[in-house]
Design a protein around this ligand. Structure first.
Ligand code: ATP
Ligand code: MG
Ligand code: MG
Ligand code: MG
Length: 467
């Protein structure tokens, strides 16, 4: 007997044949003549209906068929008489592979209103969340987006480069690194001031978990031309917001000979392609999330695919924000970094479309960004999305060795630690540009979920679960 997924069975036109399907029970209902079991195996948001006639399966023999239990069902795939599904399985054999005690099962709907468990409560049982419709949908979409990202770059001639997780560099210069240490707890080596000498962390060198693969990605772009990285990144920020995690995934393309405008074109084409891919390949899951949580989700996704992003400079944005009627918690003045309330105002209230902001003051951006001719701003770009704020941060990089070194000194970035990075400018330097897309922020946008902790299987944040 061929093993088939629920997804395959639901699409099947080859009826009246024997099938075997295995999965987890969503619900069982019925009467003394017939019982209906909704079975899901994770391949789709939908369930297949298993029809168990009382002649073969007296109700008392189905006691163990409860929500969450695991079954293997043999039977005939037939056209369904009922509404809501084209096919169903007329069961001939039901084997319970794993039981679930309804009194204990954390995902059991309870009470007279049979209300499901809230997203907040589900975070406490992250190990069981994938069994719910919502997380099944989110995880399938997350998978599809990861695949679409590799496909986009592969189709466009980019090479996937793996950058180190354990590294000595702080790419952002923001000091948000998790230290990695091999130092013994007892009698660690001390520095001149008598403090633990963390410069010796990794067998004699200072190390941390990577905050970004960019610097190493630049080295690769200066050799392979068009590259991207896609890996986990870590930031030891007190990430108690709905947009920050301590461990998140980042996609970072880096392209030799690209300038800021090419970089914007790439970011926009990339994001619109990914959203289009989701609409084409995740239709059922998106429809479910749209109906369940956010009736505007599909419209918002289609809007992004069909409309160009608004592009303007930071300076222009500050003028708009200063003359806005809305009162902001943090006042805006030229030179201050924008907060998510400002970003969302521009996107959601003012332009009502995604926005790319460019040419930020050099003081609020990283050392590697190319200085503009005015000497005050850099060729930075942030892509801002509705409901999210910043989804991409990127820039054209400073390719001139002397200017880069000057910037590093201004910003107190130690040159001696980055001698290898400076070598790219020393030998055959070239203009280049790139950006970082936060994978979870992309998934937030595509799924319409409102908390970043709900779009990654095991979120890491201060006080996150222990597993
Ligand atoms: P933010 O201003 O939101 O803190 P950032 O400017 O510090 O972001 P970048 O260093 O520009 O972030 O990183 C590139 C991208 O990585 C961001 O645009 C965002 O999509 C994502 N990102 C940054 N920090 C986090 C985080 N803590 N959790 C999840 N995604 C993040
Ligand atoms: Mg940040
Ligand atoms: Mg930012
Ligand atoms: Mg940024």
């Amino acid at each position: 007997l061929r093993k088939t997924s629920v997804q395959d069975l639901l699409r099947s036109t080859d009826l009246d044949r024997e099938v075997l399907v295995r999965g987890w029970v969503r619900t069982r209902r019925g009467n003394k003549y017939v019982q209906f079991i909704a079975l899901n195996d994770g391949s789709t948001i939908h369930t297949i209906q298993v029809v168990a006639d009382a002649e073969i399966f007296p109700e008392e023999n189905l006691k163990e068929v409860t929500t969450g239990s695991c079954l293997a069902v043999r039977g005939k795939l037939v056209a369904s008489q009922g509404k809501g599904q084209a096919v169903e399985i007329q069961a001939s054999e039901i084997e319970v592979l794993g039981t679930t005690n309804p009194e204990e099962y954390p995902l059991q709907k309870r009470g007279s209103d049979q209300k499901g468990i809230s997203l907040e409560a589900l975070r406490e049982i992250a190990h069981l969340r994938p069994r719910t419709n919502t997380f099944g949908a989110v995880l399938r979409i997350r998978h599809a987006m990861a695949f679409a990202i590799h496909k986009y770059f592969n189709d466009n001639g980019y090479f996937y480069v793996h950058t180190p997780i354990i590294t000595g560099s702080d790419a952002e210069g923001a000091g948000q690194m998790f230290r990695v240490t091999t130092l013994p707890e007892q009698n660690p080596p001390l520095d001149e001031a008598g403090q633990v000498d963390y410069k010796q962390d990794f067998f004699g060198k200072a190390t941390n978990l990577t905050v970004s693969g960019q610097l190493e990605g630049e080295l690769a772009a200066m050799a392979l031309g068009k590259i991207y990285t896609f890996g986990p990144t870590f930031r030891a920020e007190n990430s108690n917001t709905a947009r920050h995690l301590a461990e998140f995934w980042m996609i970072e393309p880096e392209v030799a000979f690209n300038d800021l405008h090419d970089n914007m074109d790439l970011a926009e084409d990339f994001l619109r392609s990914l959203v289009r891919y989701a609409l084409e390949h995740c239709a059922d899951d998106l429809q479910f999330l749209n109906d369940q949580y956010d009736k505007e989700l599909l419209n918002r996704l289609k809007f992004v695919v069909d409309n160009e992003f608004q592009r303007l400079t930071y300076t222009e944005a500050v003028e708009i924000l200063k003359s806005a009627k809305q009162k902001f918690e943090f006042p805006v003045d030229w030179g201050t970094d924008l907060q998510s309330e400002h970003e969302r105002y521009l996107v959601e209230k003012h332009f009502k479309k995604p926005v790319i902001l460019t040419n930020y003051p050099k003081e609020i951006k990283a050392f590697y960004m190319k200085l503009d001719d005015d000497g005050r701003t850099v060729r930075a770009m942030d892509v801002l999305f509705p409901g999210i704020g910043e989804i991409i941060g990127g820039s054209q990089r400073e390719e001139d060795l002397q200017k880069l070194v000057t910037r590093m000194r201004e910003m107190h970035v130690p040159e001696e630690d980055l001698w290898w990075y400076l070598d790219t400018r020393r030998y055959g330097t070239a203009p280049h540009a790139g950006f970082g897309l936060g994978f979870e922020r992309l998934i937030l946008f595509v799924t319409g979920m409102s908390n970043i902790r709900d779009v990654i299987p095991f979120p890491r944040f201060p006080k996150s679960a222990e597993f």
